[in-house]
Design a protein around this ligand. Sequence first.
Ligand code: HEC
Length: 274
Amino acid sequence: MDRGMVLFVGALLTFTSSWLGLVLFPFWQLQNQPPYRSEPTDDPYPRPLQGLAWVGMKVYQQSGCMYCHSQQIRSDRFGNWWEEPIGMMRTGGDIKRGWGLRRTVPRDYIYDYPTMLGTMRTGPDLSNVGSRYSALWQHIHTYNPRAFNNWSIMPSFAYLYRKEKIVGSRSEKALPLGREWTVHPGYRWRPSEAEWELILREQGTYILTSYLAETPQPDNLNLATLQGKRQLLEYWLATPEEDWQLVPTPQAEALVAYLLTLRKAEYPLPEAKE
Ligand code: HEC
């Protein structure tokens, strides 16, 4: 055999063996995993996505959430953390953080298509996020992550919401957000001193009247003082804009329905021991 041939056969064997070991054998082993139930009366786990949640999975895909969020919970043996009271290094960061009750295994993903394991953890793992927050929390957070954590670097997905003029009464679906979050989508808004003076001159009496009406024990707010003006500003920023409301588009509702179904690693599986 000349050298070229040796090189060719060597390369072929290298690539074939890694393809067999990393692709074909795992595929044979894992391709036909059935859903599981530990008691005959239990519902099978996992279950396929249905209806709105399925549409939401598409919105999740289109919005690129998986570039910052993984959906895989690591075993107890990975991820170190320091336990202060006993002064010891412990393992199992993901489970300690409350991201799931156990590690995820291939069976958790049999109905995921595509599987969005993710590669980066710029934000927390979302495999089990459905058990952590309410629908309303998810909507507000998607509209403006800074509304909960002012340090959040997650982008605002404000285009999934519609700001519209209220005709009749406020919609039940409208997000209960003060104007500080809704005037400039994605940011927190505050008027400058001069702007606030102007607003006070035009609507001061109205704002003061509603402050007094809504505060159970109103204090003697003096608009002539700087402190009085600031206090009224805090109140006014925390109330929704009068004629406007912020409602989720069908895409936002679907996305939140999907996030609420993300409850991987809650149901026990025999192969996931840790
Ligand atoms: C640029 C990276 C980035 C992208 C893209 C991104 N996120 Fe985030 N996400 C973060 C970061 C950072 C946090 C943690 C801070 C916070 O709670 O806002 C977070 C937090 C979250 C949380 C709260 C998780 C928890 O356990 O507290 C949810 C839910 C979430 N993101 C959903 C989404 C969804 C849905 C999308 C796509 C529409 C998305 N994220 C896109 C970075 C990102």
